[in-house]
Write a protein that binds this ligand. Structure first.
Ligand SMILES: C[S@@+](CC[C@H](N)C(=O)[O-])C[C@H]1O[C@@H](n2cnc3c(N)ncnc32)[C@H](O)[C@@H]1O
Length: 329
């Protein structure tokens, strides 16, 4: 048998797979960087373009334009039309450039653990989230519909904390016209919440509460369902414990808490998209991290919750659903 004909061991296969991933990740990130720097993303966002026209428009080489457009198409960000032009495959292609900008600060964030953006402080969150939550609303709309399938019921009184563009409570409210939602967020972000709710035509079902979710009065024993979507990963262990205790008090006995968040495995070494997502928290939170399910179980039990369970509403997304109940008696 020649060496090339030898069957590959499983270990070699795994090694090659990892190297291939690293190579692809580096190439994808460099391609996006170049596409942003050279104005290719913005040009695609403006309308269809072929390689010669792109080369002329942006003052780049025609071969470079051709290969970069093909690579963007290969990544699912552009599509080739019947006339051979390339067009943006996503409506929000223009949002990629700010992500690149943020991730370019990772080296410094790892070195210093001093993020440029503090999404975990009220003033930092008010500066950062008005520009970010609309996109999260779009991103989570599909998973929110699945969550609403599980949790929606007529007449629910719902509290949505750190609502942002309110993807979770909007999906719940859309199921039953007699559901009432109180959306809590910082004053500077509630404008986004209002706009998303009005755009969905559900304004009559929503009330807004402006304030810091660690200190604003959430009421006592009032809500049937509290939603905490993408909140816990912003904060440290102590803050999460304090928050869950407040949410326990705000729920009526027998009421349900729904946490939507990205959960790593217990070894904290995967799934790959979750640990990469968690690395990005260094860029926008001073103390945030992702927590495995057992950590949530510990916090929830210590706060008095029962019937704690976990589900994956949408396998194509990172987000998990944790539900827990305030005991009825
Ligand atoms: C990651 S976004 C999640 C938004 C939405 N729940 C979602 O899942 O798309 C975090 C939200 O929490 C809000 N937030 C952060 N800190 C807060 C605080 N101390 N008090 C109130 N809201 C806060 C932010 O303004 C932002 O809307």
């Amino acid at each position: 048998m020649t060496p090339s004909a030898q069957p590959r061991s499983a270990e070699t296969g795994r090694l090659l797979e990892r190297l291939a991933f690293a190579q692809e990740a580096i190439a994808a990130s460099a391609a996006l960087r170049a596409a942003a720097d050279l104005g290719v993303l913005s040009r695609l966002h403006e309308g269809p373009v072929d390689p010669p026209a792109l080369a002329r428009d942006r003052g780049i080489a025609e071969r470079g334009a051709e290969l970069l457009l093909a690579a963007l198409a290969g990544m699912g960000l552009a599509e080739v039309t019947a006339t051979g032009k390339y067009t943006a495959a996503l409506t929000r292609l223009d949002t990629i450039a700010p992500w690149l900008e943020q991730w370019s600060q990772l080296t410094e964030a790892v070195r210093s653990d001093r993020p440029a953006v503090r999404g975990d402080t009220p003033s930092g969150a008010e500066a950062f989230y008005p520009g970010a939550v609309d996109q999260l609303g779009v991103l989570f709309a599909g998973a929110a519909a699945v969550v609403a399938d599980r949790l929606a019921a007529p007449g629910l009184s719902i509290l949505d904390i750190g609502a942002g563009a309110a993807p979770w409570s909007l999906a719940l409210a859309a199921r039953h016209g007699d559901c009432r939602v109180t959306a809590v967020d910082l004053p500077g972000v509630l404008g986004n919440t209002r706009r998303a709710v009005e755009a969905a035509g559900l304004g009559a079902q929503f009330k807004y509460l402006a304030g810091d979710l660690f200190s604003v009065d959430l009421g006592r024993a009032h809500y049937d369902l509290i939603v905490a979507g993408n909140i816990c990963h912003l904060f440290d262990d102590r803050s999460n414990r304090a928050l869950l205790a407040r949410l326990f008090d705000a729920l009526r006995p027998g009421g349900c808490l729904a946490i939507l968040d990205e959960l790593p495995n217990e070894a904290m070494d995967g799934p790959r998209p979750v640990v990469l997502y968690a690395l990005g928290l260094l860029l926008r939170s001073g103390s945030g991290r992702v927590y495995p399910f057992t950590t949530y179980v510990g916090w929830l039990r210590d706060s008095g919750f029962e019937a704690i369970s976990r589900a994956e509403p949408d396998p194509s997304q990172l987000i998990s659903l944790i539900t827990a109940r305030r005991p009825a008696h």
